[in-house]
Write a protein that binds this ligand. Structure first.
Ligand SMILES: [Zn+2]
Length: 200
């Protein structure tokens, strides 16, 4: 007894193939390459308050860093200083750090509250910092490009509304962070527009 014709089996196989494919997310942003903590010789973090990232807040680190300097060494120094007796923080204050050459480094766990030396409460903020003093140094095109990619990536990955995008000085009266040379790209809407293009 013949149950299926050849073409019937073909149709069943095709429909099985399509029904087994994973459902594609609507807005996918390709994951940028993120250099892990081991690459900058991170110390283990101390236990710290958990949170859900709900908004993106951009900083500059605030001390000069040249293209020829080693960003990994700088990041290690930031962690050592922050976890030392001056600040006694649980870990490096930022969730991600972007070097002048555009390389992106992993900071603290995204689900732990970041740190600040100013008056705003960083709970719910995903903190991305650009290394360098962008009040006096220009923003390198590669650094700006990585920042835009990273903002789009975290908005997509953690389901953060892109309209929450702001900078440190938008939340605090005590700072000029992220520096005027980076802030200009927030004021003129360039960064938000480019992020929106990636999320389309
Ligand atoms: Zn800041």
């Amino acid at each position: 007894m013949k149950f299926f014709s050849g073409s019937g089996i073909f149709i069943i196989l095709i429909s099985l193939f399509y029904s087994c494919r994973p459902v594609q997310a609507k807005h996918t942003v390709s994951a940028p390459q993120i250099i892990p903590r081991t690459e900058w010789n991170a110390a283990d973090p101390r236990p710290f308050k958990q949170h859900q990232p709900l908004r993106v807040t951009v900083h500059h680190e605030g001390t000069r860093l040249e293209l020829s300097d080693d960003p990994a060494k700088k990041i290690k120094n930031i962690q050592t200083w922050g976890m030392g007796k001056d600040r006694n923080w649980a870990d490096i204050p930022y969730h991600f750090l972007i070097a002048p050459d555009g390389r992106i480094f992993e900071g603290r766990n995204v689900f732990t509250v970041g740190e600040t030396a100013t008056e705003y409460d960083p709970e719910g903020h995903l903190l991305i910092t650009c290394l360098g003093n962008l009040e006096v140094q220009e923003v390198n095109p590669q650094q700006l490009h990585s920042l835009i990619n990273m903002i789009a990536y975290v908005c997509n990955t953690y389901k953060i509304d892109v309209q929450t995008l702001a900078t440190h000085k938008d939340h605090s009266k005590q700072t000029t962070c992220p520096g005027k040379n980076l802030y200009v790209y927030f004021q003129n809407g360039y960064i938000l527009d480019e992020v929106k293009k990636l999320l389309k």
